[in-house]
Design a protein around this ligand. Sequence first.
Ligand code: ATP
Length: 620
Amino acid sequence: MFSRPGQSRSSDGLAPPARDPSQLWRLLRYVRPYTPLLSLGILATLLSAGLSLVFPKLFGNLIDASFLKTGGGSGPLDRIVLLLLLIFAVVAVFTALQTLLIARVGVRVVADLRRAVFGHLLTLSPRFFASRRTGELTSRLTSDVSTVQTVVSSALAQLLSQVVTLVGAITLMVLTSFRLSLFTLALIPIVIGAAFTIGRQIRRAAREVQDKVAAANAVAEEAISGVRVVQSFTAEGLELGRYSVSVEESFLASMRRIRLTAWLLGSMTFLALGSLAGVLWFGGRQVLSGTLTPGNLVSFLFYALQVGINVGGLTAIFSQIQEALGASSRIFELLDTHGDLPQPKAPTPLARVEGRVTFQNVSFRYASDPVEGHVEAEPDTGAPILSGINLDALPGQTVALVGPSGAGKSTLVSLLPRFYDVSGGSLCVDGVDVRQATLEDLRAQVGLVPQETLLFSGSVAENILYGRQDATEAEVQDAARAANAEEFILNLPQGYETAVGERGVKLSGGQRQRVAIARAILKNPRILILDEATSALDNESEALVQDALEKLMVGRTTFVIAHRLSTIRRADVIVVMDDGQIVQRGTHAELIAQGGLYKDLYDLQFRSERRGREMMSDAG
Ligand code: ATP
C-alpha cells in the first residue's frame, strides 16, 4: 500500500551534524585574512578584562576608606572614586573597541563564507540538486552561517576575556583570603554542576525545537511554492493539516525547552543567592574575629561574583561553540561535495566549433541516490534510461526528437551541455569527446531555450544580457528585434528597463519565450537545444515565437524536443524515441509511409492539431 499525502513529508532532510573540532580550525582559516583587525580586537579584550580585575580591589579600599578611621578626611575616598571613574571610562572604551573590531571580523568572515558556499553550490551538477530540498540548501546559507557568525564575532572574544577574568579573579580571591576562598570554591561546583546538567537538557531541547521548526518550514515552503497545484486540487485543508501537525510538534518541543529554562532560572537564582549568603556568613565571622577587613570582604565578594559570572558565561560559550561546530560541519560538508563531472587534466580546446554532434552507442542511467558529500554516478545502480543511442547530427541540421512521455528525450539533450555524463559510449562535438573539453568551452557552444523560461529579478535588458554579459546596448536591441520581442518590450512601462521576474511585470508565456530566444541569439551558440512549450500559445504569439525560432535556428545544429507539427515538418531528421531507444528515424513523409510508433503518435497528436488549425482557418 502506498503512503497518502501528508504521511511522508516531515523530516527537514538535514543529517544530524557531526561536531568535529577540526572544523573549528578550518573555520579559523577564513579568519586569517583579518588577523591584524582581530589582533587589535584581542588586545582591547585583554586590556578591558585585565582592568575589570582592578574594580573589586578598589571597591574594598573604598569601603575601608569610608568606614575605618584612617585619617586624612575624605581625601582618600575622593581619590579612589576618581581613579574608579577613570578606570571605568578606559574599560568602556576598550569594551566598545573590542566589540567593533571583533564583530567586524565576524561579519566579514560570514560574508566570505556565504559567497564561498553559494559559488560552490552553483558549480554542482543537477544530480546534486535533484536529491536536495531548496529549503535545506538555503538554510545552510542563512541560519548555519549565522550560527557560525555568533561564534566568530563574539564567542571567541568572550571566551578569551572570561578565561583571563576567571584566572585573575581566582588568584586575587586566594590572595585576599585563603580560607574564605576554599569555602567559596567548594560551593561553585554545586552551582555549576546543577547549571550544567539542566543546561545540557536545554540544549538538547533547543536542537529539537530547531529541527521541528525546520520541518514545519519545509512543509510551508513546498506548499507556497506550489500554491497553484495546492489550490487547483483544493488541497488547502490537506496542506494546512500537514502544517498544523508540524507546528504543533514544534510547539510541544518549545514548551519542553521553556519548562527546562524556567526550572534552570529558578534553581540558579536560589543557588546563587544562597551561596552569596553563605559567603557573607563565613566572611562576616572572619571580619568579626578581626582576620579580615570589611573592605577585603567586599573585594572578595566581587571577585567571587566575577568567578561565578564567568564560569556561567563559559558554559554558555561552550554550548555556542558546540552549535557552531555543528553548523560549520554542515557548511563544510557542502563545500566538500564535488560535482560528479570529472574535469580533464589537459583539455582539448573547443574555440568555435562547426556544430557536428555525434552520439556513439550512448547509454545512460541516473545514479540511484547520491550519498552525502559524494555525488558521483554509481555505475551499476538505477535503471537504464538511454541505451544504444547512435546519432550523427551534421552542422546546421535540425533534429526533432519525438516520442511518448518518459521516452528519454530530455535526458538525451541534457547530455549535450554535460549536465550529466554518459554512462557508456561517447558523445562528441566536432569529433571531440565532451569529457575532453572544459565545461566553459563546451557550454559556450550550446544554447538552451527551455519550455518554461525563468526570468531573474531585474530589467528586461538584464534578462536578455544573461545570454552574453558584455553585449552592447545595440546588440541587446538587435537580439530583441530578431526574437520578435522588441515591440512588446517597447510597450512595457519603462521599455527595456522595466523590471520583470518575481517582483516585476508578469510576462506571458510567449513573451517569456521570446526573451529566451533573444538571450540565445545574443549568446550565438553553434548548437541549440529547444524544448518546445507543450501548452498552446495563442495564434499570433505562436507565429511570432515560431518566426523567431526559425531565425535563431539558421546555421545552427538544433535538437528540438518537438511538440508542434510545423517544427517536425521542417526538421532534417526526425528521431523517434521509445523507452530510452531510438526506434525510428527519417523525414516526416518517410516515417508516415513506414508506419509504426511515429504514425501512431502523429495520428494521435499532430493530426488533431492540424484539424484544429484547419477549423480555425475555416472559421477565420
Ligand atoms: P517528457 O516528454 O514527459 O518530458 P522525456 O521523453 O523527456 O519525457 P525524460 O524526462 O528524459 O523523458 O525521462 C526519461 C526517464 O528518466 C523517465 O522514466 C524519468 O522518470 C527518468 N528521469 C528523469 N529525470 C530523472 C532524474 N533526475 N533522476 C532519475 N530519473 C529521472
